[in-house]
Design a protein. Structure first.
Length: 263
């Protein structure tokens, strides 16, 4: 087995005032593996993702990228897609996608070439000169994905990127993300409340306990890609996840050790 692209070991985090968000949370993500994190509201999914991204420093434990300690350091090897695309309204679509490359000092011609490739990947090359206000919500989120992909990250981090979209647009973007993932194969850590979304997209789904969160179960999903959301195997996994989530105790000390399930 290859070494993990990403390793999170023994991470705990409490917020100001002492309220614990995460307790002794660990996981490994293999190169090219798509991981989804699910669990009830307040279980620390987004906190864990922010720690992985280097945007938060854990109270205990750490994060390694390709064996290097990157705890609390946001630069290098990781790119983040948030629920809000957070595009800069005064810049064109192309300039938004190029922005991270500009910050890295990449030359103009190389920026333009890579931005064009990224926009083609999300099927938005025809709106490169538009501004964000001229795009639909789904198109803006695809720009945000292109802005992350253009950095060629080792690990792509996604924090509920489709939760604000209508069902039809979300379904389309599930298909788009599946296609992009198969083309590029970064390691992905994807936070979602949507259990069907998690089962459809991921190789492995990690279930977290109520806060202070920790991982109590993980599912290996052997359904080959490309997948269909109507696949009965995925529907069964979604139903089992829901049943398991209802049964996870609120006190993490009472939770069992993480259990692997071959779905």
């Amino acid at each position: 087995m290859s070494a993990p692209a990403l390793r999170v070991h023994g991470v705990s985090k409490a917020y100001r005032g002492g309220a614990p968000a995460l307790r002794e949370t660990s996981l490994d993500v293999a190169p090219g593996e798509f991981v989804s994190l699910v669990g009830p509201s307040g279980c620390g999914k987004s906190t864990l993702l922010s720690i992985i991204a280097g945007l938060l420093v854990p109270d205990e434990g750490g994060v390694e990228l390709d064996g290097r300690d990157v705890t609390g350091r946001p630069a290098g090897g990781r790119a983040m897609v948030f629920q809000d695309p957070a595009l800069m309204p005064w810049l064109s679509v192309r300039s938004n996608v190029e922005y991270g490359l500009r910050a890295q000092g990449v030359g103009r011609e190389e920026r333009r070439r890579r931005a064009t490739e990224a926009l083609e990947m999300v099927h938005l090359e025809g709106v490169a000169g538009h501004h964000p206000h001229e795009l639909s919500g789904g198109m803006r989120q695809r720009v945000a994905i292109a802005r992350a992909l253009v950095l060629r990250p080792r690990v792509l981090l996604m924090d509920e990127p489709f939760s604000a979209l209508d069902v039809q647009t979300r379904t389309v973007l599930h298909e788009e993300l599946q296609r992009i993932y198969l083309e590029t194969r970064p390691a992905v850590v994807f936070v979602t409340h949507n259990l069907m979304e998690a089962a459809f997209l991921a190789d492995t789904v990690y279930l977290m306990s109520p806060g202070p969160g920790r991982i109590v179960r993980h599912y290996h999903i052997p359904v080959p890609r490309p997948r269909e959301e109507s696949d009965h195997r995925l529907v069964n996994i979604r139903n089992d996840l829901l049943d398991r989530m209802r049964g996870v105790p609120a006190d993490p000390e009472a939770s069992p050790a993480p259990v692997a399930v071959d779905a």
